[in-house]
Design a protein around this ligand. Structure first.
Ligand code: NI
Length: 541
């Protein structure tokens, strides 16, 4: 279905992968690159997405990511990457001018073998993050950066040389006009060519230099000539090394070394070549205002692709695009632990001793930032505010166990502790439909009996706002803002109006600093906590 509608659109030019070359015009100018690139321009109809969007007086940030299944590696990687970019944007954002960052994804390829996503970035300050692509290898169940589409580092260097050739020959760019790091690629290719010529002239032709320009057959003998390890400060990864690009970490290191490369934002043309999206300012003669698509012919591309690269190309050209066909695992939900807080800048705000009459106002404040928080509720109060507890859970917050009526568990018997916590779990589950995962002992008071009897991870805190003591809105928000760091668990009590009144300032301040507000479950990850374990801080554990 998708394949045929794409094929119908293919023009002679785009079939040759030549759409934006001089003389080639798109038949449908409203969608110039949909013609040239075989990406599937509509989202999978049965694919869930989730949007997190916050607008303040100072700035607007928003990201939308696909929820491919319960904790699917690609969902986690995409959301985490977006979260990190949002943090970088907010940390750097200028004071005035209402800067905006919008992030979204575009499906480039989808098959049972591979899913390719472009992470689109629209940054009003235009100095922030750039668009890039991520590739999910379904067989290895791993997410890989764009460099993994290439066979090895030689092939990657060759792909850059190919791009330089197209820009020189078809777009008539001079070497000075080549954007970074392509100028270095051109200089490197020329130095190799010159070296080769010198060697030929000297008649020493037995030992052939493995120039990137013919990377397809030479493989072995580069150790004593090509690799004079001085690449520490080199911006581009030249000369090519021997990283294993099927390994996520090694592939990412190579991607970091090629950080400015236009190939970071590449897709496949309907003809099976590459289509590299570049800034139109860098490519004179392109007639699209937003981005220029520079095509690399299929034959040239073919020499450089890896197995994953071939699969991605085939998926892009003949994608079997239904979420069902992709074997995405358990049903995708709109919530879920899709943010990796070991990488992203997260904070868990926690509220104890409720629910109470101020809890709903707190939920409203949290909603302004699409913030998720954790509520350590007392079982005895749950029945008094069932609607509040139901709303809390429905809005994606974690409702967790703070005992039945705030007794000091360290003074109780094993049996009494078990009964108290079970009764509280049951009261919560009756309203939310889900048994709590974590618990917090009143007063933070615990001993070996408490640890063995709880059956839950015991969650303490590393930032105590002392809100129950000060009852001072300003002091509470200032304390929270001063003490919070990445991975913090911050303690408040939503039974005090002064605490609830402090939250808008806390949310605003931490948001501006690039924090993401997550539940305790999401902060530590379900795999990161065990029953009886005392957890305070992700970074300390
Ligand atoms: Ni308490």
């Amino acid at each position: 279905m998708i394949a045929t509608s794409l094929q119908r659109k293919v023009t002679v030019c785009s079939a040759l992968g030549l759409l934006l070359l001089p003389g080639c015009q798109a038949a449908d100018t409203t969608e110039p690159y949909a013609e040239a690139i075989g990406f599937i321009s509509a989202d999978l109809p049965d694919l869930h997405t989730r949007t997190v969007s916050v607008e303040t007086d100072h700035n607007t940030v928003s990201y939308r990511y696909p929820v491919l299944g319960e904790s699917h590696p690609l969902s986690i990687q995409v959301r985490t990457t977006m979260a990190e970019r949002q943090t970088a944007f907010l940390e750097e954002a200028p004071e005035g001018g209402s800067p905006e960052l919008t992030q979204d994804t575009e499906l480039l390829a989808a098959s049972a073998d591979v899913i390719g996503l472009r992470l689109n970035v629209v940054d009003s300050t235009a100095q922030g993050p750039r668009s890039s692509t991520l590739w999910y290898d379904a067989h290895g169940e791993q997410v890989l950066p764009w460099t993994s589409l290439f066979r090895d580092e030689q092939a990657l260097a060759q792909a850059h040389v190919n791009l330089v050739d197209v820009l020189r020959d078809e777009y008539e760019l001079t070497d000075e006009e080549l954007p970074d790091p392509l100028g270095e690629v051109a200089a490197y290719a020329e130095s190799l060519a010159a070296e080769e010529q010198t060697q030929e002239e000297e008649g020493r032709d037995t030992k052939k230099q493995p120039a990137p320009a013919d990377s397809s057959n030479d493989s072995k003998d580069s150790e004593d000539d090509g690799s004079d390890d001085s690449d520490g400060d080199e911006r581009a990864a030249l000369p090519p090394g021997e990283a294993d690009l099927t390994d996520p970490e090694q592939a990412q290191e190579v991607a970091d070394a090629w950080a400015d490369s236009p190939l970071a934002d590449l897709a496949f043309s309907t003809a099976g070549g590459l289509a590299v999206r570049m800034d139109p300012d860098q490519v004179p003669g392109s007639d699209n205002d937003d981005e220029a698509l520079v095509p690399i012919e299929p034959e040239m591309a073919e020499e450089t692709l890896s197995e994953l690269g071939y699969q991605a190309r085939d998926a892009a050209v003949h994608g079997n695009a239904s979420a069902e066909s992709l074997d995405l695992g358990p049903e995708a939900t709109t919530e879920g632990t899709t943010l990796d807080c070991a990488q992203a800048k997260c904070v868990a705000l926690t509220f104890d001793d409720g629910p109470g009459e101020h809890t709903e106002a707190l939920l409203d404040s949290l909603d302004d930032y699409q913030a998720k928080a954790t509520f350590y509720v007392l079982g005895s109060l749950v029945g008094e505010f069932p609607d509040v507890v139901e709303r809390t859970a429905a809005e994606g917050h974690e409702v967790a166990n703070h005992t039945w009526k705030h007794d000091d568990l360290a003074t109780m018997s094993d049996d009494a502790i078990r009964k108290d916590l079970q009764r509280t779990d049951d009261a919560i589950e009756e309203i939310t439909g889900e048994a709590p995962v974590t618990m917090r002992p009143p007063y933070g008071s615990l001993n070996a009996t408490v640890r063995s009897a709880t059956g839950h991870p015991l969650i303490l805190w590393d930032v105590d706002t002392l809100d129950w003591q000060s009852r001072d809105t300003k002091a509470v928000s200032e304390h929270a803002l001063a003490e919070t760091r990445a991975g913090s668990v911050v303690l408040f009590h939503d039974i005090h109006k002064s605490s609830v009144d402090a939250i808008p300032k806390v949310l605003a301040g931490l948001h501006e600093e690039g924090y993401h507000f997550v539940t305790v479950k999401d902060l530590f990850g379900l795999d990161g906590m065990e029953a009886g374990e005392v957890v305070t801080d992700a970074r300390l554990n």
